[in-house]
Ligand binder design. Sequence first.
Ligand code: NAP
Length: 281
Amino acid sequence: MSAYRLDGREVADALLDEVMEAIRSLDLPPKLVFVRVGDDPASISYVRSKERLARRAGIFSEVVVLPADADQQELLSLIARLNENDRVDGVLVQLPLPDRLDETAILNAIDPEKDVDGFHPVNVGRLWSGQVGLFPCTPTGLITILDHFGIEIESKHVVIVGRSNLVGKPAAALFLRRHATVSIAHSRTKDLPALVRQADILVSAVGKAGLITPDMIKQGAVVLDVGFSRDDGKIKGDVRPDVAEVASYLTPMPGGTGLVTVAMVIKNTVTAALLRRGGND
Ligand code: NAP
């Protein structure tokens, strides 16, 4: 048996169709502003791929680039201007920022209604308390993948490896909202294989190639690989490819969760526009 491939491209395309339909209901297409500091090649490439998708969806986007030596105040003033600008629906500050900048203070300065990355504490609170809001793109992407392929979440035991604010914790909140039973593992978890073996749905968000091996997987489990690392220039996930011999469904890496994450940024921008302009998401 070989696991069914949960193709991220297929899900991203479906999301984009949905988004384009929603944009047609707006008087004016949404506008998303990317803020980038310095010339980190990975940040340039991430912003470019999000911009490309925004264009394809019919969203206006703009990239504001600050010099690598920009100070905290410059960035905060820029965010304040974008918050006040009624034409702007979404603001995304590309991470990581240079070390000397206070990343938390900067993310907290973004208007929660324009926070398309879903990192603002107001949106974190909305997520955990079951309210409407803007939620982080990778975890919402995971739920979208499962829904797209008709995979049941309710009452399933979801094991999430990784507890970051970016992926692990918001994923736990989203799966709880969908009535799953959730376990979260991290670097100090005792006997990771024993816990992972209990998973009906496994999410691995660590960044260590080959961490998840076939002997750790329950027969027929669904496996979502979020981890990303490079080995000899090759992109690797956390999940060893031969897990496909035990799992029922598996996201490929590359070509899986990452493509859906980028599409979720676009979906969140449209959600922000609809919420700000008094529509429904
Ligand atoms: P992060 O902040 O570094 O978190 C990694 C998590 O893994 C931490 O909670 C850490 O535990 C845990 N961990 C480390 N070693 C472990 C081990 N041996 N056993 C169990 N848990 C272990 O990273 P992140 O921002 O969440 O990202 C995680 C990975 O996903 C990275 O590879 C990143 O590049 C990738 N990523 C992919 C996408 C996508 O769309 N596919 C999006 C975002 C991120 P502690 O908390 O105890 O340190």
